[in-house]
Write a protein that binds this ligand. Structure first.
Ligand SMILES: Nc1nc2c(c(CN[C@H]3C=C[C@H](O)[C@@H]3O)cn2[C@@H]2O[C@H](COP(=O)(O)O)[C@@H](O)[C@H]2O)c(=O)[nH]1
Length: 366
């Protein structure tokens, strides 16, 4: 064989090696963005208004700069845990296991609310307040072993942990107990009941951790069939926000150190669509707009609901690209845009300035 001919065996080995790399590359993609672009391309009830999307991008960038919005904003929230240790990892995991469906149809004074530190907390903050209160009362609510103890951790004890200062009970309490139970079993079976072991299994990849959560835990597998598409559409909202909360809380270090964190998308909940619509970046057909305005229930997995979630994720991606185009040096990803929009929406709600209601879907996914 002449010097310039490659050894066929070596070529085959290299091919298999790079082929293998390609496979690993496949596993390190969550598929969420591709799935949402697919739904956006076939949406007829929801659209993205490009002109307002561009305008929103500039407004968001300017306000984020003014507020010095960064990962450290996460820990500045009064109720978020401050310790940078394993107890906070367990807190965040528990929080994002249960981070769904707080909305109520009752008037503000009657809706489910948690009294803690002399304040009345509703929505997402009611969850965080209840977990903090339980820990202070000596209830090990963030312990995977506790979730499996059917004598100690049952519907009554969860009702006590989430006891409201009004007559309304926390929504989907039984489903929340099921999430804790399943997570306790999976963690015991595969990760020696340690959330840190679960994070270590992702080997520093955000996308891998999202995929592991979706693979090992039914209650994180937020994916749904859409029209005649062969594969379900992946939103993976609570799996993604779990990774994002770890990243933000630990400032991208320690348990929050993910080399590919920018692969995480916006989290398809019921607040970001609301704020994108109020910024005119997202457009709803008259029928959908009327359903949202009239607070009609949009069934989980219905076409309108899927389009709303997917187009919101795609809209934030376009906003992210627009900011990157105009401010190449800005360290802004979908997570920080999302966190900023959520906090902005809560400020508008607090000030009684919600232009339109958020959409009503009751599910464990968001
Ligand atoms: N997309 C997105 N969805 C978010 C959040 C958060 C809170 N994240 C904290 C961490 C960093 C940020 O700065 C926030 O301080 C909760 N949610 C979702 O909203 C719904 C609760 O709404 P309401 O009932 O009105 O509180 C529910 O589906 C919940 O899962 C977010 O950030 N992004």
């Amino acid at each position: 064989m002449s010097d310039d001919e490659a050894d066929p065996e070596l070529v085959e080995l290299l091919r298999q090696h790079f082929q293998g790399k390609l496979n690993i590359k496949q596993e390190s993609e969550t598929g969420v963005l591709e799935d949402c672009e697919y739904v956006f391309d076939s949406s007829i009830d929801i659209a993205i208004d490009m002109r307002h999307c561009k305008k929103a991008a500039e407004e968001i960038y300017t306000q984020m700069q003014k507020k010095h919005y960064s990962t450290s904003t996460w820990s500045e929230h009064e109720l978020h845990p401050k310790a940078k240790d394993e107890s906070t990892v367990n807190f965040i995991f528990t929080m994002d296991l249960l981070n769904f469906s707080f909305w109520s149809e009752l008037p503000d004074k009657e809706r489910f609310a948690i009294e803690y530190k002399g304040k009345r907390w509703t929505g997402y903050w009611s969850l965080v307040a209840a977990l903090q209160r339980a820990l202070e009362e000596g209830i090990p609510i963030t312990s995977p072993e506790y979730w499996q103890d059917e004598d100690k951790c049952d519907l009554d004890s969860l009702r006590h942990v989430f006891r409201s200062c009004t007559e309304e009970e926390m929504p989907l309490l039984k489903e929340r107990l099921d999430c804790l139970r399943e997570a306790g079993q999976v963690l015991e079976e595969y990760y020696d009941s340690s959330v840190v072991n679960l994070i270590d299994a992702a080997d520093g990849s955000a996308a891998s951790l999202v995929n592991i959560l979706a693979k090992d835990f039914d209650c994180f597998r937020d994916e749904h069939p859409f029209k005649d598409r062969e594969k379900p559409i992946r939103f993976l909202k609570r799996a993604q926000i779990l990774v994002a909360d770890l990243w933000a809380c630990f400032d991208g270090e320690s348990y929050g150190d993910f080399g590919d964190i920018d692969k995480i998308t916006m989290f398809a909940d019921y607040r970001i669509p609301q704020v994108l619509i109020s910024m005119n970046a997202l457009y709803c057909s008259p029928l959908v707009a009327a359903a949202i305005r009239d607070k009609q229930m949009l069934e989980n997995g219905s076409s309108w609901e899927m389009q709303l979630r997917a187009c919101s994720i795609w809209c934030v991606e376009l906003i992210r690209r627009e900011i990157k185009r105009n401010h190449p040096k800005a360290h802004i990803n979908a997570i920080l845009i999302d966190f900023f929009l959520y906090d902005k929406m809560k400020e508008l709600e607090e000030a009684g300035k919600e232009a339109i209601p958020h959409h009503r879907t009751r599910s464990i996914w968001y």
